[in-house]
Design a protein around this ligand. Structure first.
Ligand code: AFP
Length: 355
């Protein structure tokens, strides 16, 4: 048993006490933890739970929905609708933000979430997760769509659930990043990873290498140097990981360092990246920054990006600070044209960005 171990509720009382807003934020974290328990119970049943099929429906991004995407989305929406704390919500699975009439419009927060991230891994039993972000709702009036379009630096809280061998909840309310493990026997989240810190250096990178020919030269340069290993400019060997589940990648980086990249690629020139700003990049960057890491588009701090659309995509480079800073430097070298490396025939041939 966990005599004396801190539970999520006790932890939140210690971190968030005093103002009515902080008390309500603590209550919202408890509501989110309840959603995570419910989704964990569904995912852990696998094929026995009759929830793994794909549906005929597609979401706003034209992606085929899994039954579990829809069920997980419903868990969050139902909980927020009844909790009285949220005035509005936005979800990867919902076309436009939705008003929640909480306490006659007195809900203090806007909840923005990806109810089940990595769902293409569900039917092969690989870890998936949920990601959430919390913004302050406008006072005294119904939230409008533009109220959601706030930079990630304004998030009051953020975090994720990882449905892995263990179910974990990792959160930040702006006072560090902390991990809780679900004790299924008693149904409590136990503080197992207080004050997580991302190592500033790493020898591990995560990227979908099949897109290499579509990347911008700074990313091609960074990955090529990592692959060249100890006999080249980096002076050490690197390993690569790619789980195709952002929550699992970010969790590994929080635990042992690393750099996660989903850069813009020209596979689809109309898209600035694959991952969404509001409910993937922003919350994950807040979690990482609160643990001492960095999150960048390659050219700007992710939390400074001013959103234009609730579902907008953004390039994502996040993790160990020294590696993120190096990648940003490579982008500056490239954009300023000062680095002859990019005029070498190597990049002319390989890169789609020759001119
Ligand atoms: P799904 O939710 O469609 O599985 O996408 C997961 C994700 O958004 C993110 O969690 C992964 O890091 C990334 O996509 C994987 O992308 P690739 O399938 O292109 O590797």
């Amino acid at each position: 048993m966990h005599q004396g171990r801190t539970t999520l509720s006790k932890f939140l009382i210690q971190q968030l006490q005093g103002s009515p807003e902080q008390n309500d934020l603590a209550a919202l974290m408890v509501d989110i933890a309840a959603c995570v328990k419910a989704i964990s119970a569904m995912t852990s049943k696998g094929m026995l739970g009759d929830v793994l099929d794909s549906l005929d429906s597609t979401n706003v991004h034209g992606e085929t929905q899994k039954k579990l995407d829809v069920l997980s989305n419903a868990v969050f929406i139902n909980t927020f609708s009844m909790g009285g704390l949220v005035a509005g919500l936005a979800s990867e699975e919902v076309d436009i933000p939705r008003y929640i009439d909480a306490r006659d419009g007195k809900g203090r927060f806007l909840a923005i979430f990806d109810p089940l991230d990595g769902s293409s891994n569900i039917d092969v039993n690989v870890s998936v997760g949920s990601i959430f972000s919390v913004l302050r709702a406008p006072e005294g009036r119904t939230p409008k769509p533009e109220d959601y379009l706030r930079p990630g630096s304004e998030q009051l809280a953020a975090g994720y659930a990882l449905y892995g061998p263990a179910t974990m909840l990792v959160i930040t309310v702006g006072k560090g990043t902390h991990g809780f493990t679900l004790d299924r026997e008693v149904g409590n989240f136990i503080l197992t990873h207080p004050n997580i810190e991302v190592p500033a250096d790493t020898s591990e990178f995560a990227i979908n290498a099949s897109n290499e020919r579509f990347w911008e030269p700074p990313i091609q340069r960074y990955v090529a140097e990592c692959k060249a290993g100890k006999n080249d400019v980096r002076g050490r060997d690197f390993t690569m990981r790619w789980i195709a589940s952002m929550v699992a990648e970010v969790h590994r980086i929080l635990m042992r360092g690393g750099v996660f990249m989903y850069p813009r690629d020209m596979k689809d020139p109309g898209k600035p990246g694959r991952l969404r700003l509001m409910y993937e990049a922003n919350p994950m960057t807040m979690v990482i920054e609160q643990a001492g890491g960095l999150g960048s588009t390659g050219r700007a701090r992710i939390l400074d990006v001013i959103p234009e659309d609730i579902h907008q995509r953004v390039p994502v480079i996040l993790g160990s600070s020294n590696e993120v800073e190096r990648i940003e430097r490579y982008h500056r070298d490239y954009d300023s044209g000062t680095d002859q490396r990019y005029t070498s025939p190597l990049f002319q041939e390989r890169s789609l960005f020759a001119n």
